[in-house]
Design a protein around this ligand. Structure first.
Ligand SMILES: Nc1nc2c(c(=O)[nH]1)N[C@@H](CN(C=O)c1ccc(C(=O)N[C@@H](CCC(=O)O)C(=O)O)cc1)CN2
Length: 304
């Protein structure tokens, strides 16, 4: 058996086109474009590429991109002062501090300093709490992108067995919350789990976000399962995911590739969250369900 390949790049392109339409409608009503501020600290090459891509995608969608670059040795207080300025700026609807940060800066302190209602990354503890309790807030971009891709395969996720591999605040935990909100039976597998393979093997849905190159091989996968690979690992053999695509795609029913799977969804959902933020802040009504249904059969992502 050979799995359906879930084309995240094409899905994200359709989503971005719908966002651009929503941005034009917002602009016409509010008299301004949504503004997204992205802060890059230091010169991590991958982060620099992601920030450049975010700026271009933001402008392409008709939004205003505000970029701040700070040196790697910037004092934490300077970064926190910049965040305070962006919080107070009425033209800024979304604030994102690119991660990882240099070691001398505590990422949690910086994330907690962002106004939760401009936290389009969805990393602020208030937004994590909103997600956990079913309140409207911002959902982290990568897990929400994963959910959209999953829904293109399973419009109804209710009752399915889902395993999330990895328990990071950025992907694993919010992914588990989103799947729980969809009434999946959710297991989080992590570094202390006894017999991770047995848990994965029982799952209809597998989301791998562990950061270990090709950890999940075909013999871990239940035949016909849907596999979402969040891993982006740079190896001597090139860019690979947390899933061994060659063997897993022989067993799975549907699978995301790396690259071209989850990655492009991260930036598309960031734009989507920024549009949502701008609309809330200006009390402009936008049809977010129509924006979210840009994928094939994706329909309502259930997020707000
Ligand atoms: N503040 C944040 N920091 C980070 C986030 C985030 O969501 N918010 N996520 C990642 C990096 N990231 C966006 O910031 C990101 C990662 C990957 C991709 C992507 O399109 N990947 C491509 C491969 C590109 C490559 O060669 O590297 C793919 O998978 O096809 C986009 C954005 C960590 N930091």
């Amino acid at each position: 058996m050979s799995a359906t390949i879930i084309d995240g790049k094409a899905f994200a392109a359709r989503l971005r086109a719908r966002i651009a339409t929503g941005v034009a409608e917002f602009h016409a009503e509010a008299g301004r474009a949504p503004g997204l501020a992205v802060v890059l600290v230091g010169e991590d090459p991958a982060s620099a590429v992601y920030v450049r891509s975010k700026g271009k995608a933001t402008r392409d969608a008709g939004m205003q991109s505000i970029e701040h670059r700070l040196p790697a040795d910037v004092p934490a207080e300077t970064l926190l002062a910049l965040v305070a300025d962006l919080n107070a700026d009425p033209g800024v609807d979304g604030i994102l501090v690119q991660l990882p940060l240099p070691k001398h800066i505590d990422a949690q302190t910086v994330i907690s300093a962002i106004d939760p209602d401009k936290d389009v990354d969805g990393f602020h503890p208030i937004n994590a709490g909103r997600l956990a309790t079913g309140l409207p807030g911002f959902v982290p971009c990568t897990p929400l992108g994963c959910l959209m891709l999953l829904k293109s395969i399973h419009p109804k996720l209710s009752g399915l067995e889902a395993v999330v591999i990895g328990r990071s605040n950025i992907v694993g935990k919010p992914m588990a919350q989103l799947l729980l909100a969809e009434s999946c039976t959710v297991t989080i597998v992590h570094s202390r789990t006894h017999d991770a393979k047995a848990h994965v093997r029982a799952a209809d849905i597998v989301v791998a976000a562990v950061g270990i190159p090709q950890m999940v091989t075909g013999d871990w996968i239940k035949p016909g399962a849907t596999v979402i690979d969040v891993g982006i690992n740079r190896t001597e053999a090139g860019l690979v995911g947390d899933v061994d695509f060659a063997s897993a795609s022989q067993v799975a029913g549907a699978i995301t590739p790396v690259p071209g799977g989850v990655g492009p969804m991260t930036i598309a959902v960031l734009l989507r969250n920024t549009l949502v933020s701008a609309a809330r802040r200006e009390a402009v009504a936008i049809d977010i369900d129509a924006v979210d249904s840009a994928g094939d059969a994706a329909g309502d992502s259930g997020a707000c």
